[in-house]
Ligand binder design. Structure first.
Ligand code: R5P
Length: 268
């Protein structure tokens, strides 16, 4: 791996645990002002010290994050459709690699829509982005998006989508957790991180998801709503970090969550 590419990968994935806690705050690119992300700066600021990688769009990066930050940036570069449309797969590359380099990002991310109406375009976009990324030393993360078809998220489908992404050159793949997740990880030769999906009823469920994913061999999480839609986002992020970096059990992570939450409430 070229030095620049290797350096960027090492900035995102801990040399100790090999894993990464990515904070996803890119939802507005197609969902608009998502609940608790309306004021992105206010949501991001307290979480940043506990974040390994910040995943977002250039607009929110430029306006809501100070350039003094040392947190690596995973820049979303695909988009062009909103939640108001039925087919969310009609994306283009919306941010150039020149812009990504100018923003000094650690990686770029795009959605791929395997099996969707615009499958072909999204996979060609991935391939072209990888060509440019290899030239510039910038890793590309493929996000195996399912649009509104959340029921697609089973091991057979996700294994196919992740493997196709890796075959086309993705350096990291972000996907969903599912039953039989080890099948997804075992057939994907690049690091996988998992999204959280819509907010669960309880923090325990999100911690169980992260724990199951790490146990199955995922290299981290790229989670959003289950962190910043929690009533105590920092406590949630710290509990997740223990799972991702320290192999904490769900019970240990829940103890961290409860303790941090208690301290935060007492200090308020
Ligand atoms: C889609 O909006 C983005 O790719 C999100 O970054 C991804 O879904 C992760 O966020 P969450 O954990 O909220 O699903």
């Amino acid at each position: 791996m070229d030095w620049g590419m290797a350096n960027r990968m090492h900035r995102m994935f801990s040399p100790v645990s090999g894993n990464s806690v990515m904070l996803a705050v890119d939802h507005g690119y197609f969902m608009g002002p998502t609940r608790r992300l309306e004021d992105a700066r206010a949501t991001i600021s307290p979480l940043l010290p506990h974040t390994d990688v910040l995943a977002l769009t250039r607009g929110i990066l430029r306006r809501c994050v100070e350039p003094t930050t040392s947190v690596p940036i995973m820049l979303r570069v695909s988009g062009g459709v909103t939640v108001l449309k039925e087919d969310l797969s009609h994306e283009e590359i919306t941010t150039s690699m020149a812009e990504a380099a100018r923003l000094n990002v650690a990686g770029v991310a795009l959605s791929v829509f395997v099996g969707a109406p615009h499958e072909h375009e999204s996979l060609v976009h991935l391939s072209r982005l990888v060509d440019e990324g290899e030239t510039l030393g910038i890793p590309v993360m493929a996000i195996t998006a399912v649009g509104k078809e959340l029921e697609k998220r089973d091991a057979r489908y996700l294994a196919l989508a992740c493997r196709v992404s890796a075959e086309l050159g993705a350096h990291v793949v972000k996907t969903y957790y599912c039953d039989g997740f080890s099948k997804v990880v075992e057939s994907c030769p690049v690091p996988i991180v998992v999204a959280g999906g819509p907010k669960f009823d309880s923090e325990r469920q999100a911690l169980e998801l992260a724990h199951g994913a790490i146990e199955a061999g995922a290299h981290g999480i790229d989670m959003g709503r289950n962190i910043w839609q929690s009533d105590q986002p920092v406590a949630m992020l710290k509990a997740l970090r223990a799972i991702v970096h320290e192999k904490a059990t769900v019970r240990e992570a829940l103890e961290i969550w409860t303790g941090e939450k208690g301290r935060a409430v007492a200090a308020a």
